[in-house]
Design a protein around this ligand. Structure first.
Ligand code: HEC
Length: 140
C-alpha cells in the first residue's frame, strides 16, 4: 500500500515536471514570437504573416537574391524596403518603374551602390515583388 502511494507520488511529480516543461517551452515560444517579431523575420516566413494579396511577391523576394542586399527595415547594400516604400506611393506607374529597376538594375538613386540586373524577371513576378515592397510603406 505504501509502495503504491510512493509510486503515485512519483508519478504525480513526473507529470507536474512534464507539465511545467510544456508550459515553459510554450511560454518561451510565445515570448520569442512576440518580442522578436520584426518584419525582417516576417519576410523569411513570408508565407505565414504577409497579407494574402502580397504573399506571392513576398515569396518571390524571399526566394530570389534580393535579401542578400536588402532588409526590410535597415539599409544593407541596398536601401531598406521600407525606405523604398516610403519614397513612392502605390500606383501603376510606380509599380512598373520599380519592376523596371529590378529588371534592369539601378544605381544613383539612393547612393553609389549598384543593384545588379535581373534580366529574366517576368512582368508578372516583377510587379508582384514591387507591390509587396510598396505594401511595406510606413509613411501615411
Ligand atoms: C547586389 C545587391 C542587390 C541585389 C541582389 C538586389 N538589390 Fe535591389 N537595390 C540594390 C541597391 C544598391 C539599390 C539602390 C540603387 C540606386 O541607388 O539606384 C537597390 C534598389 C532597389 C529598389 C528601388 C529602385 C528604385 O527605382 O527606387 C527596389 C524596388 C529593389 N532594389 C528591389 C530588389 C529586388 C526585388 C531584388 C531581388 C529580385 C533586389 N532588389 C536585389 C542592391 C541590390
Amino acid at each position: 500500500m505504501k509502495k503504491r502511494i510512493i509510486s503515485f507520488a512519483i508519478f504525480c511529480a513526473c507529470v507536474s515536471i512534464m507539465a511545467c516543461n510544456g508550459v515553459n517551452s510554450n511560454a518561451k515560444g510565445n515570448k520569442v514570437d512576440d518580442s522578436t517579431k520584426s518584419t525582417n523575420q516576417l519576410i523569411n516566413t513570408a508565407g505565414n504573416d504577409v497579407p494574402a494579396e502580397y504573399k506571392e511577391g513576398a515569396n518571390l523576394v524571399t526566394s530570389n537574391d534580393c535579401l542578400t542586399c536588402h532588409k526590410i527595415n535597415e539599409k544593407l547594400v541596398g536601401p531598406a524596403f521600407v525606405t523604398i516604400a516610403n519614397k513612392y506611393e502605390t500606383n501603376e506607374g510606380n509599380i512598373n518603374n520599380l519592376y523596371q529597376s529590378i529588371k534592369m538594375g539601378s544605381s544613383g538613386i539612393y547612393g553609389t551602390q549598384v543593384m545588379t540586373p535581373h534580366p529574366n524577371l517576368t512582368p508578372q513576378d516583377g510587379t508582384a515583388m514591387a507591390k509587396y515592397i510598396l505594401s511595406l510603406r510606413t509613411k501615411k
